[in-house]
Design a protein around this ligand. Structure first.
Ligand SMILES: NC(=O)c1ccc[n+]([C@@H]2O[C@H](COP(=O)([O-])OP(=O)(O)OC[C@H]3O[C@@H](n4cnc5c(N)ncnc54)[C@H](O)[C@@H]3O)[C@@H](O)[C@H]2O)c1
Length: 252
C-alpha cells in the first residue's frame, strides 16, 4: 500500500470527532498505522473498525486523558512495545471556553492550560525519548489563528495557543539533533461539531466572520488534515519550527 505516510506509526490525540477525526482518516488513507486517542471511552470503537476496513491499514482506538501522565505513559509505551517505534505525534486534543475578559473563570482557564499546554509539553517530552531511539520523527501541534492575530472573547484560549506556538519553536531547536521535527498547524475557523455548538445559533455573526476570510469559506477538518499529512511526512523533511497557518487568508 502506498501513500505519504505508508507504515508510519502515528498517534493522534482528540481523534473522536472534529479535526482530530479528520486527521486520523486522512493519515489512514495515506497508509499510516493510526493510534487514535481520546478521552471518551468507546467513542471510536465502531468508526475505527470501519476506517481500518476502508483503508486496509490499522486504526487502533485508545482511551485516556492527555492530562493523566501515568495513562499517557502507559499508552505510549504500549504502542512502542507493539510497533517497535513511534514516527508521528499530532497533539490535537484541546478545550476552549470563549469568554470576554470580564467573565473569564479561573477553573476554565486552568483546564485550558492543562489540556492545551501542559499535556502537550509532557507528551512531547515522553514521545521524543521514544522517537529518538529510532533516529527521529515528526511532531505536529495544533495551535490556532487566534494566537497569531487575536480574537475578542478568546483571550485566555488564545494565550494557551500562543504558548503552543512558542513551545513548538523552542522544542524544534532542541530536538533537531535527535532527528525530531516539531511544527504547528494554526487553523482558522473550522466547521466541526464544536463549532456548531458554539456558533451556529449566532447566524449573522458567522456571515461576518466568513466575510473576513479571503477565500470566502470556513475551513474543514480535511483542510487541516492535509497540512498535518504534509508536516508528518518526509515531504517536509527540511521543515521544523514552523507555524503553518491554514485559515483561508483570514483577518479575524
Ligand atoms: N474548530 C476550530 O475552529 C478550531 C480552530 C483553531 C484551532 N482548533 C484546535 O483544533 C483542535 C481540535 O479542535 P476541534 O474543533 O476538532 O475540537 P473538538 O472539541 O470537536 O474535539 C476535541 C477532541 O479532543 C478530545 N479531548 C478533549 N480533552 C481531552 C483530554 N483531556 N484528553 C483526551 N482527549 C481530549 C475531545 O473528547 C474531542 O473528541 C483543538 O486543539 C482546537 O483548539 C480548532
Amino acid at each position: 500500500m502506498g501513500g505519504l505516510l505508508c507504515n508510519k506509526v502515528c498517534i493522534i490525540t482528540g481523534a473522536a470527532q472534529g479535526i482530530g477525526k479528520g486527521i486520523a482518516e486522512q493519515f489512514a488513507a495515506d497508509g499510516a498505522i493510526v493510534y487514535a486517542c481520546d478521552l471518551r471511552e468507546g467513542s471510536m470503537d465502531e468508526w475505527s473498525k470501519e476506517c481500518s476496513a476502508k483503508t486496509s491499514t490499522r486504526v487502533v482506538p485508545m482511551y485516556f486523558d492527555v492530562c493523566d501522565a501515568t495513562a499517557v505513559k502507559n499508552a505510549f509505551m504500549a504502542i512502542f512495545k507493539a510497533e517497535g517505534r513511534i514516527d508521528v505525534l499530532v497533539n490535537n486534543a484541546g478545550v476552549v471556553f470563549n469568554r470576554r475578559i470580564g467573565m473569564i473563570r479561573r477553573d476554565e482557564t486552568e483546564l485550558m492550560f492543562r489540556v492545551n499546554v501542559i499535556a502537550v509539553i509532557e507528551m512531547v517530552q515522553l514521545v521524543s525519548r521514544l522517537m529518538a531511539r529510532n533516529g527521529g520523527g515528526s511532531i505536529v501541534n495544533i495551535a490556532s489563528v487566534t494566537a497569531q492575530i487575536g480574537s475578542p472573547g478568546q483571550s485566555a484560549y488564545s494565550a494557551t495557543k500562543g504558548a503552543v506556538i512558542s513551545f513548538t519553536k523552542s522544542a524544534a531547536k532542541e530536538l533537531a539533533s535527535q532527528g525530531i521535527r516539531v511544527n504547528a498547524v494554526a487553523p482558522g475557523i473550522v466547521k466541526t461539531e464544536r463549532f456548531a455548538e458554539l456558533y451556529e445559533s449566532e447566524g449573522k455573526k458567522i456571515d461576518d466572520r466568513i466575510s473576513r476570510i479571503a477565500l470566502g469559506r470556513l475551513g474543514t477538518p480535511q483542510d487541516i488534515a492535509n497540512a498535518c499529512t504534509f508536516l508528518a511526512s518526509d515531504r517536509s523533511s527540511y521543515i521544523s519550527g514552523e507555524i503553518l497557518g491554514v485559515n483561508g487568508c483570514a483577518s479575524i
